[in-house]
Design a protein around this ligand. Structure first.
Ligand code: S3P
Length: 188
């Protein structure tokens, strides 16, 4: 079984998409792309500013354009924003030649991991937990239906999640062979 051209990570805020994505890319010898960070770089502004000035719709339009662009890049691991599944038109984009992985995480973990964050406009209110619950009930079926792999991340270190993902993505290759191939790729 060969590696997919592209690995796409979906899941809620606080699932660990960026941390796990960066580590997974390194492990596979792939390039790591983070849709939210690249939107911010291109815009020269952070996500709260984009939400403030252009509204959530403005952000979603940028997100769709960015996903469409990034999902044409081969040998990549792409971390998406938690709301990337909300637009129907994004679904074929996310699936394009990709192995889609849903990083599934309990509400408790999401709350814990986003507690101090000021860069997520949807959670800047009195009851972020209620927001996370509401979003989960809408989005969990979407993440699940798009996913080729559902990986639970609760009470697992990012390192363990990455090890389990590498095994799922390429189960037939012994670890030392993966290492040789990875080093080969890095030197191309
Ligand atoms: C959002 C999640 C965020 C970011 C934006 C909206 C969402 O990304 O795209 O704040 O709708 O869930 P992360 O999932 O990386 O936090």
């Amino acid at each position: 079984m060969s590696l997919p051209k592209r690995v796409v990570l979906v899941g809620p805020m606080g699932a660990g998409k960026s941390t796990i994505g960066r580590m997974l890319a390194k492990e596979l010898g792939y390039r790591f792309l983070d849709s939210d960070r690249i939107i911010e770089e291109r815009c020269g502004a952070n996500i709260p500013w984009i939400f403030d000035v252009e509204g959530e719709d403005g952000f979603r339009a940028r997100e769709t354009a960015m996903l469409d662009e990034l999902s044409r890049e081969d040998n990549t691991v792409l971390a998406t924003g938690g709301g990337a599944v909300m637009r129907q038109e994004n679904h074929p984009i996310l699936k394009r030649d990709a192995m889609v992985i849903y990083l599934k995480t309990s509400i408790e973990q999401q709350v814990e991991r986003t507690r101090k964050d000021r860069n997520r406009p949807l959670l800047q209110n009195d009851d972020p937990e209620a927001v996370l619950r509401r979003l989960f009930s809408i989005r969990d079926p979407l993440y699940s239906s798009l996913a080729d792999i559902i990986m639970y991340t609760d009470r697992k270190s990012p390192r363990l999640v990455v090890r389990q993902l590498v095994n799922r993505l390429n189960p037939k290759t012994p670890r030392h062979k993966r290492q040789i191939r990875k080093e080969g790729r890095n030197h191309v």
